[in-house]
Ligand binder design. Structure first.
Ligand code: ADP
Ligand code: ZN
Length: 205
């Protein structure tokens, strides 16, 4: 089973759970949080305020409906302000939406002896590195990359397919769309489609 690698007394460390949407990152974060609570650790859970799916802002929610209370934040400073001195485990979901300062915060929290668990989508809809995720992966002691199932072919999915009006979103659409009519599918590399303007031109030639 993934996770739970570090023994008690090992000092602080950073774990990252990454992968596409629907790959089970929130489920895995919640599983680790639940097990930390069973171990009687003091846990605080945060998530980017940009993710509002299912149970609402104040819960880490997984697609199977299980929830753990989480505080919505939009900056590392806010996490610092909310942090209680006695907290031993800090879990942060949707880390890809947070500013790059999350890397320094995670590092400081680990240096102070805390276990830091971050979950986030490591690539954007284009299949390119998303926000602070590359740096978080680099500084973490433990990285788990999860996969969903490609909705078109059934192979492991490693890409977030953005659809706008049912059609693949173009490469130049914004990385973060708020309140748009877009939807997402998990897809494998070969079923993933991100039309570029220059591809249209190639087709015209
Ligand atoms: P994430 O946080 O990575 O977006 P969640 O933990 O919220 O993922 O949800 C994972 C759950 O989503 C799976 O257990 C499964 O029930 C469901 N699911 C829906 N679509 C897919 C898919 N294409 N591939 C895998 N799981 C999917
Ligand atoms: Zn596929």
């Amino acid at each position: 089973m993934i996770g739970d690698m570090y023994p008690a007394g090992a000092g602080g460390w950073i774990e990252v759970v990454c992968g596409v949407m629907f790959s089970g990152k929130s489920e895995e974060l919640i599983r680790r949080v639940r097990r930390a609570l069973i171990a009687k650790k003091r846990v605080q859970v945060f998530k980017s305020h940009l993710d509002e799916r299912y149970a609402g802002l104040y819960h880490v929610s997984s697609h199977d409906g299980r929830t753990v209370e989480a505080v919505p934040v939009d900056s590392p400073e806010q996490i610092s302000r909310e942090l209680l001195p006695a907290t031993q485990v800090v879990a942060i979901d949707e880390a890809q939406f947070l500013p790059i300062g999350i890397v320094a915060l995670a590092t400081d929290l680990a240096a102070s002896g805390r276990r830091v668990i971050l979950a986030g989508t490591d690539t954007d809809f284009r299949g390119e590195p998303f926000g602070p995720m590359p740096q978080l992966l680099a500084v973490a002691e433990q990285v788990d990359k999860l996969h969903a199932i490609c909705v078109l072919c059934g192979n492991p999915a490693s890409r977030n397919q953005r659809l706008i009006g049912g059609k693949p979103a173009r490469y130049d659409s914004p990385t973060i769309m708020v309140g748009g009519d877009e939807s997402y599918e998990a897809r494998c590399r070969s079923c993933h489609s991100v039309p570029r303007r220059d591809e249209d031109q190639v087709r015209l030639l």
